[in-house]
Design a protein around this ligand. Sequence first.
Ligand code: PEP
Ligand code: MG
Length: 322
Amino acid sequence: QQKQLAGTKSAEAITACGVPIELQGNIELPQDVPDMQDFGARSVGLFRSEFLFLASEELPTEDEQFEAYREVAVALNGQPVTIRTLDIGTDKLPKWFERSGGLNPAMGLCGVRLSLAQPHLFQTQLRALLRASAFGCIQIMFPLLSSVAQVRQCLQHVTLAKQSLRDEGIAFDEQVKMGGMVEIPAAALNVAGFLGLLDFVSVGTNDLVQYTLGVDRGDDSVAHLYNPAHPAVLQLLSHTIRTANALGKPVSVCGEMAGDPRFTRLLLGFGLRRFSMHPASLLAVKQVVRQSSLAELTAQTDAILACTDEEQVTPLLEQLNA
Ligand code: PEP
Ligand code: MG
């Protein structure tokens, strides 16, 4: 099987019926880029910027962030890199960060909420991102959105950061694209509202599963309840993809589901054409893509979407992948 996968490396990510599928890499630090390119990904669908913040004792400065973002943009040679703004969650806590209270951290000041609550921190990162946009194709993405009002606030912060750079005569890409993550059911259900303001969305299934099912993604005692194939999760995913496609706006999945070959056909059937994943998963997913004919999938994926009982999903998913 390893040999077969190696053969897939140089092959295009294209379905058996000839539809090109975009397979992107998730990275945590600039030094992940060469490995990612080795696995055949040309663009980055998710750069988890918080790892820059986790790596140091102090908050990284604007210049330090700029250097890291520019390094990735340059290494990608004009291909896009989607950089997510700081996403501190329950699973990722930097040394400089002191959690101020909050009984339930996953419901508290995490994701974009922290950036909006700390304008100085947010401006520093946005300025660094915009400065780096002069050196390649950078897209900015906001994590853990739950309301359109938050999107509006994020975009106001971008406008401010752009103005401060203009005032200082510093170059940046005026057209840099802005996207949001769909990780909370409210964002999935209201994705049309989000796309009224944003250029693209990406579904973070790791958190979408957590928040839809009310299951802490890091708690072993409830791990058996953490089920990406739960009908409610599938309905939210399908709704998000379908809505974005109907609006003609790019949509991707960048959570673990995108890199799990058991879900590749299901996501293709839902209309997904852009997957971003850990680079090590790329070949296995590409192999499934190359063996799939879209027209043959939809009847089966529609049947899975119609399931109301998670136990019905399992055998249908097995059939789909057989
Ligand atoms: C997700 O939630 O699916 C995601 C991609 O973000 P993270 O895993 O970094 O929270
Ligand atoms: Mg997430």
